[in-house]
Ligand binder design. Structure first.
Ligand code: PLP
Length: 486
């Protein structure tokens, strides 16, 4: 490959024949990486700052050869990565890397459009509408629901709650929140809900403390009676209850809040109901798991992250609103230089949020979902659920360990048994530290009812029962040796 700086012109891009060769080389690298990913240590034993120190302090003055750049990528960058796509990576919500997902990202990079208005990218806009509607149908959301794609669930939830705030107070868009005599708004969510609810409250001027955490039951599901009591209590104190965020697939345990019962409260109290189905929403694709969608049709908004369960590469979050015009009314503001681009007969997705510029994310959902089809996606999710149940069975059969939460989706929370709380805590932390530093697997810690728990998340398309057994062997032998030593 002759791509020394000298072969580049003074101006213009890398010449096509050189680019083609580089592209083939990178394609081979990606194919090898995917094929042999299981041979890599999952996480680096990197010291913070080591990569910064290994890189030049200043950007290059003149161009460098592709070979040098790529060599540094392989020698300095890749060894400092956590390989989320490794089949024994079982942290967080698993990895959603797939072949078609990678191809779609490449195509999107080549097109590099800005899907802010229909006119700036008609096909990106229309494909976004199409995949959003496909997903809406899979989720069983009523036809009036319309969506928009953002990067993350945190951003989706913030936008949903912005609309809820506008409905509760009126004219916040025009007048803002300051210099007016307004009641204090309250948002309610389970004690196990994601911190993105507080982040939204911070961003929206509602305030972190006005997110009220509602008690959950023994299965980590929001208790609707406790919610009702809190709302009544707040009304007596002249707060203005604005919204409830119900979770379908909570971050720690994947528990599912009783959305139908919650919706009775929100309806009676005229509050907004937002469903955070960032992770758990994907379960709706399985006919046998339709219970998960109970109450969804009563919601005002719902977020799902197809990058968590539906194999779309990070990042892709879909927000649906029953009446998406409310979102448009709140955020549409057309700068002068785009006026000619924004005829009313089309969708301009920049109108549906804070951001103007937008990536062409729809292409990856389209390519991945077409490749596997609903049945293919469902079969893979079903297998992850089977593996989670299998793993939970091994925990239950092991006298040294106990399950800390019901296994509802592809997430298992467990902890070492011990008559002493302190010993159990220490063993829990040591277990995760040892496994993660081995490079053979990757688990995370969480806290449930004041106890540390090991959390294992399944969702990687490459993970097989064999991989899970290998991880289990590591856990079981750690527990055996810690018993002997302890
Ligand atoms: N909601 C739930 C239930 C989550 O588990 C997470 C993150 O894992 C989020 C929201 C935030 O997701 P994002 O990273 O897309 O903002």
């Amino acid at each position: 490959m002759s791509s020394a700086p000298g072969s580049l012109g003074e101006l213009g891009d890398v010449p096509p024949e050189i680019f083609r060769r580089q592209l083939h080389e990178v394609a081979d690298w990606i194919a090898d990486y995917r094929e042999k990913i299981a041979e890599r240590p999952i996480s680096p034993n990197a010291e913070p700052g080591a990569i910064v120190r290994a890189l030049p302090e200043h950007a290059p003055e003149s161009g460098e050869a592709f070979e040098e750049i790529w060599r540094d990528f392989e020698q300095l960058i890749v060894p400092g990565m956590v390989h989320w796509g490794h089949p024994q990576f079982m942290g967080y919500f698993g990895s959603t890397t797939t072949g078609p997902g990678i191809l779609a990202e490449m195509a999107s990079a080549a097109l590099n459009v800005n899907a802010m208005t229909w006119r700036t990218s008609p096909a990106a806009t229309e494909l976004e509408s199409v995949v959003l509607d496909w997903l809406r149908q899979w989720l069983g959301l009523p036809a009036e629901f319309r969506g928009v794609v953002y990067d993350t669930a945190s951003i989706s939830t913030m936008h949903a709650l912005a609309v809820a705030r506008e409905r509760a107070l009126k004219e916040v868009r025009e007048l803002g929140l300051t210099g007016r005599d307004l009641p204090t708004l309250r948002i309610y969510t389970s004690e196990h809900a994601h911190s993105s609810v507080e982040k939204a409250a911070i961003a929206l001027g509602i305030g972190e403390k006005n997110v009220q955490r509602v008690e959950a039951d023994s299965a980590f599901r929001l208790d609707p009676d406790a919610l009702r009591r809190m709302v009544n209590n707040d009304r007596e104190r002249h707060f203005l209850p604005m919204a409830v965020v119900a979770t379908v697939g909570a971050t720690s345990t994947a528990s599912v809040d009783p959305v139908a019962a919650i919706s009775e409260v929100t309806r009676a109290e005229k509050m907004w109901l937002h469903i955070d189905a960032a992770y758990g929403g994907g379960l709706a694709l399985l006919p046998e798991a339709h219970w998960v969608t109970e109450g969804w049709s009563s919601a005002d908004s719902l977020v799902i992250n197809p990058h968590k369960m539906l194999f779309v590469p990070f990042d892709f979050s879909a927000l649906y609103l029953r009446d998406i015009r409310q979102l448009r009314d709140l955020f549409s503001l057309v700068p002068e230089y785009l006026r000619g681009d924004t005829e009313d007969s089309v969708i301009n997705y920049m109108d549906y949020g804070v951001q103007l510029g937008r990536r062409f994310r729809a292409i990856k959902a389209w390519m991945v979902w077409r490749t596997f089809g609903r049945e293919g996606l469902a079969a893979r999710i079903r297998e992850h659920m089977r593996l989670a149940q299998l793993f939970a069975g091994w925990i239950e059969d092991n006298p040294r360990l106990e399950l800390l939460a019901p296994v509802v989706m592809g997430v298992v929370c467990f902890a070492p048994r011990s008559s002493e709380q302190e010993t159990a805590e220490r063993t829990c932390h040591e277990l995760v530290a040892e496994i993660n530093s081995s490079g053979q697997s990757y688990l995370t810690l969480t806290r449930l009812r004041g106890r540390s728990a090991v959390r294992l998340g399944l969702g990687n398309i490459l993970t097989t029962e064999e991989h899970l057994r290998a991880v289990w062997q590591m856990i079981a032998s750690f527990m055996e040796s810690s018993d002997k030593n302890g």
